[in-house]
Design a protein around this ligand. Structure first.
Ligand SMILES: [Cu+2]
Length: 130
């Protein structure tokens, strides 16, 4: 029950991917629940299913914008990259799209924050070249 942001979103998802901030949720993802897409950026499809992401690795470059299209095949999953405040939520058979761009090279971990999912393997490695 440490996911107020996602919990609220389940109910709000059909209306709009409304920012959690509208619900006065004290969560560090509050401003990023509805990640803006980046015009003209290529789309990368990521499929979430219990308990993995496909693909489970991404290779990007600094300053290379992409739009992540997250689709869930079974239950609600999300995709988070804490260092860049990236957060997408996709319920079953839904696709959520958000823009992603890195300013610093490195190896990042994207993960699902649904309780138990990350521990069960829902991580994706994102390598960013300088
Ligand atoms: Cu999950």
């Amino acid at each position: 029950m440490n996911r107020p942001c996602t919990t609220v979103l389940v109910g709000a998802l059909s209306l709009t991917l409304a920012s959690c901030s509208a619900f006065e949720v004290a969560d560090d993802h509050a401003d990023h629940a509805d990640a803006a897409t980046i015009d003209g950026a290529p789309e990368i499809v990521v499929t979430a299913a219990s308990m993995s992401f496909e693909p489970d690795r991404l290779e990007l470059s600094v300053g290379e914008p992409v739009n992540i299209a997250l689709t869930s095949e079974d239950i609600l999953h999300d995709l988070n990259i804490d260092e860049v405040d990236f957060h997408l939520v996709a319920d079953v058979d839904e696709t959520a799209v958000g823009g992603l761009e890195f300013g610093e090279p490195g190896t990042y971990v994207a993960y699902c924050s649904v309780p138990g999912h990350r521990d069960a393997g829902m991580e994706m490695e994102v390598t960013v070249d300088g």
